[in-house]
Design a protein around this ligand. Structure first.
Ligand code: HEM
Length: 450
């Protein structure tokens, strides 16, 4: 399939034959998506059924496709009828054009193969040694018996992790701080409601920052070649193609930049929301702490982390309510039919993992926080191959899933061993949904020493 040629073709904007509602001029229904995407999906589902048209800012007409059947068709994509690149072209294409999600077919396979060594078990084990000292230092710096915003704190910790594990830098160095700033500036460009290139706009700054990151990465590739450091950047610099040659510097830059983007905010959101649920369901906080104490060690190994099942259930249940990526996109590459709906070529589909995760057909009491639904006895997440998709599915399924879980478990291990996490009385925050889900107030917490 000639994907680069397909990208030149415009999105199909003729969705007249579908039910639905576009929303207000220019903004479409973006305000509702940002405010509460699950509520919007529920409203469309009740009024129009599983497939409906909607407008997402700037006249971008898309088909909202709700439920596991659509998730499977678009993500598993057995007949190569979808493009991930064209689905994300409008949102990520300018800042991360060489990112893995922005590639399809054989080019995507090649990228994925070159990336695999950085995510195998040996590599994950080597990251444990990099993660532990960073997490320990950052947890020791947290205020005790004094309220602080957990989201800000975990964001700093994960910035350090990105500098060390992804780029192989001393996270306290000036260069790490400079690159953190560059990276933050790029990501502001992704969420600005006005992505226009006029002087000093957030978007123009983001493009400049992306260029600076590119220069840094490409200049450092020769220095990393031949080194046996375990960070991801050095691994990519030394990775070889099937024909035995090093990866193209443009690709190395593209992969590393996109990995940092894909890893950072998603894990920040996940850990913030996990602490929210552990703070509001203290019986589960105790349960996780018991599991941690039973391990009976000061430092966790990769194998210990794999044995933390109660923690894993909490992680999964948090991701059921608030999967870090709330909306997934694909574009059809041909006219197709799904569940009796005829969908034309070049139509953008919008999938909602969070809506699927709360469908009463697939989950018992979906509004209840109940981590044991993930236990082998109940396994509600396996009632359909695509009713639980916090990490996507099919060829583009998150390559960093195990790394994200490991990182979260190591962090929770150290934090909960030492501290009890307290939230404000009757805490009931409003959640934001886009760009990533989290309590709007950034989760104020108090840590009490145990
Ligand atoms: C809680 C944390 C995370 C969540 C919820 C998450 C979620 C996702 C989802 C839903 C996708 C698929 C998107 C789609 O198909 O449209 C994805 C893809 C991806 N994720 Fe993650 N992610 C997380 C952490 C990470 C981490 C830590 C890394 C890297 C270390 C990472 C790297 C990637 C990459 C490179 C892709 C694209 C894969 C491909 O196109 O083949 N993610 N992630």
């Amino acid at each position: 399939m000639e994907y680069s040629r397909l990208l030149q073709e415009p999105d199909n904007s003729n969705l007249d034959s579908f039910p639905g509602e576009y929303g207000i001029p220019f903004f479409g229904k973006m305000i509702q998506v940002v405010d509460d995407s699950v509520k919007l999906c529920q409203d469309h589902f009740n009024r129009f059924g599983p497939v409906s048209k909607i407008d997402l800012v700037k006249n971008q007409k898309v088909l909202l496709c709700l439920g596991p059947e659509f998730n499977e068709a678009a993500l598993f994509d057995k007949d190569e009828s979808f493009s991930s690149a064209a689905g994300y072209h409008n949102s990520l294409g300018t800042l991360y054009p060489e990112g893995m999600l922005l590639r399809d077919g054989s080019l995507h396979k090649k990228t994925r193969r070159a990336s695999q060594p950085s995510f195998k078990t040996d590599a994950l084990k080597s990251y444990v040694d990099l993660l532990l000292p960073i997490q320990q230092r950052r947890i020791e710096e947290l205020p005790v018996n004094k309220e602080f915003l957990f989201y800000d704190a975990i964001q700093q910790t994960l910035m350090d992790v990105a500098a060390r594990v992804f780029l192989g830098l001393d996270e306290t160095s000036r260069m790490a701080k400079k690159l953190n700033h560059i990276f933050t500036t790029i990501n502001k460009g992704l969420i600005t409601p006005l992505p226009y290139r006029f002087p000093f706009s957030t978007y123009s700054r983001a493009l400049k920052a992306r260029e600076r990151l590119r220069i840094y990465i490409q200049n450092n590739i020769p220095k990393r070649r031949g080194r046996d450091d375990v960070d991801m950047f050095t691994r990519y610099c030394n990775a070889k193609d099937e024909d035995g040659s090093f990866l193209d510097p443009i690709d190395i830059d593209g992969h590393i930049a996109f990995l940092m983007f894909a890893a950072f905010d998603t894990t920040t959101s996940a850990l913030t929301n996990i602490l929210y649920y552990l703070g509001t369901h203290t019986e589960w906080q105790d349960r996780v702490r018991n599991e941690i104490n039973q391990i009976g060690k000061e430092d966790l190994t990769y194998e210990d982390a794999s044995s933390m099942l109660q923690t894993e259930y909490v992680f999964n249940e948090t991701m059921r309510f608030y999967p870090s990526v709330m909306i997934l996109n694909r574009r059809t590459t041909k006219d197709i039919e799904i569940a009796g709906y005829e969908i034309p070529k070049n139509t953008i589909l919008m999938l909602s993992p969070a809506f699927t995760h709360r469908m009463t057909e697939w989950w018992s009491n979906p509004e209840t926080f109940d981590p044991l639904r993930f236990s082998p006895e109940r396994a509600e997440h396996k009632r359909h191959g695509f009713n639980y998709i916090p990490f996507g599915g099919g060829a583009h399924k998150c390559i960093g899933m195990h790394f994200a879980q490991l990182n979260a478990k190591l962090y929770l291990f150290r934090l909960l061993k030492k501290y009890r996490v307290k939230l404000r009385d009757n805490y009931n925050p409003k959640f934001m949904h886009v760009h990533l889900p989290r309590p709007k107030d950034k989760l104020p917490i108090v840590l009490e020493e145990i």
